[in-house]
Design a binder for this molecule. Structure first.
Ligand code: PEP
Ligand code: MN
Length: 371
């Protein structure tokens, strides 16, 4: 099996957003309705958005992936014509969702500037392969949403397939992940996944889609703010001239005036501070570095003693796991940790990890001694 090649991904050379969009200040704002419904809805929304200087790209779905047949499935080519008209009237760039090579062909025919691939398509490597092949030799930026399920490798594989078609103007869109337990979010953000993507594919622009994460208007700002604090590059926010009457995703859409208010309320913190700030931060960071070093030394020492215990248990024909000892140790550490102000779930997970490793070390010691 081919192993996960970290250096291969790191070497991918993505075109920065600044090179595919003429002039914009971070965040790049992409806005527009979930679906293109009628000509007047598309044009009214586009005009409303063009009045907001921060909005650079106009989005709309013309082929809608719906859970059940019979719901509104988009306006297809007709919708593309309205998008083209909106582009001509407002000067905004346009983007639509494509799911098949035929969609790609149609979207390009109507001058779509940027394509995006939706969460339900990204889950399917066959579809991604076909889309990748249909994009060969085509010069168009492509945004790739995360797959519905929290599978980073699947997301990266989809990006890789588009990249291999020769396209380097690629952005990832973080739209949250399906979760069976109904919580506050429509799709749980699991921020650690896009953060890991940033580490593994440096230089890949990441756009947050707070609309599909939040699922409701009231939570959009908090999600958008969080994405900005994680240094994401852009926002895709569903905006409709009459959100309450939207045919799809009505609860999460806002109107252009509400989008303006949201953008005004966003606090854009910079990744770097002034010299004094950087110096003070450095002091705190060195303290953390020192503590991490101590933690590592302590863990190594703990594991050495564990190995010694393994040998001692072997010599005396004693089992590795003594459940009572593990139970009382766990309870004791949790109590102490709680007193020290640690989150018990975090400490519990950490203790289990340490215990697992201890069992593994003792097992190895016993097997070796046995050989
Ligand atoms: C959308 O952007 O309207 C859409 C269908 O999103 P997703 O693929 O994230 O569900
Ligand atoms: Mn939508």
């Amino acid at each position: 099996m081919r192993s996960f090649n970290f250096s291969y991904f790191c070497a991918m050379n993505f075109t920065p957003l600044t090179q595919w969009i003429d002039s914009y200040d971070r965040p790049l704002v992409i806005a527009g309705p979930c679906s293109a419904e009628t000509r007047s809805q598309v044009l009214t929304t586009a005009r409303g958005l063009a009045a907001l200087p921060r909005v650079k790209v106009f989005r709309a779905g013309v082929w809608k992936p719906r859970t059940r047949p019979g719901s509104f499935e988009g306006t297809g080519t007709e919708g593309l014509k309205w998008m083209q008209e909106a582009k001509q009237q407002t000067g905004l760039l346009t983007t639509v969702e494509v799911a098949t090579p035929k969609h790609v062909q149609e979207a390009l025919k109507y001058d779509t500037d940027i394509l995006w691939i939706g969460a339900r398509t990204v889950v399917n490597p066959f579809s991604m392969q076909e889309l990748g092949e249909s994009l060969r030799g085509v010069n168009v930026p492509v945004m790739i949403k995360n797959p519905v399920n929290p599978d980073l490798k699947l997301w990266m594989g989809a990006i890789e397939r588009v990249y291999k078609s020769g396209i380097t103007s690629i952005a990832a869109i973080h739209r949250g992940f399906y979760h069976s337990e109904k919580g506050a979010y429509r799709n749980v953000p699991q921020w650690e996944i896009p953060i890991e993507l940033m580490r593994l594919m440096p230089g890949l622009p990441i756009i947050c889609d707070p609309s599909h994460i939040a699922g409701k208007r009231e939570m959009l700002l908090a999600v958008a703010q969080q994405s900005m604090d994680l240094e994401m590059d852009g926002l895709m926010i569903e905006t409709h001239c009459n959100p309450e009457k939207a045919l799809t995703d009505a609860e999460q859409q806002i109107n252009p005036a509400q989008l303006q208010a949201l953008l005004d309320a966003l606090i854009l913190r910079s990744p770097r501070g002034n010299r004094e700030f950087e110096r003070n931060l450095q002091v705190l960071r060195s303290e953390i570095d020192g503590l991490d070093y101590e933690l590592i030394q302590l863990l190594a020492k703990r594991m050495e003693i564990v190995a010694e215990m393994g040998r001692y248990k072997y010599d005396h024909h004693i089992t590795i796991l003594q459940l009572d000892r593990w139970k009382s140790l766990f309870a004791d550490r949790i109590k102490k940790g709680e007193k020290a102000g640690l989150n018990v779930d975090f400490l519990g997970a950490l203790l289990k990890l340490v215990h697992e490793q201890s069992i593994e070390i003792q097992t190895n010691v016993m097997n070796k001694t046995h050989d």
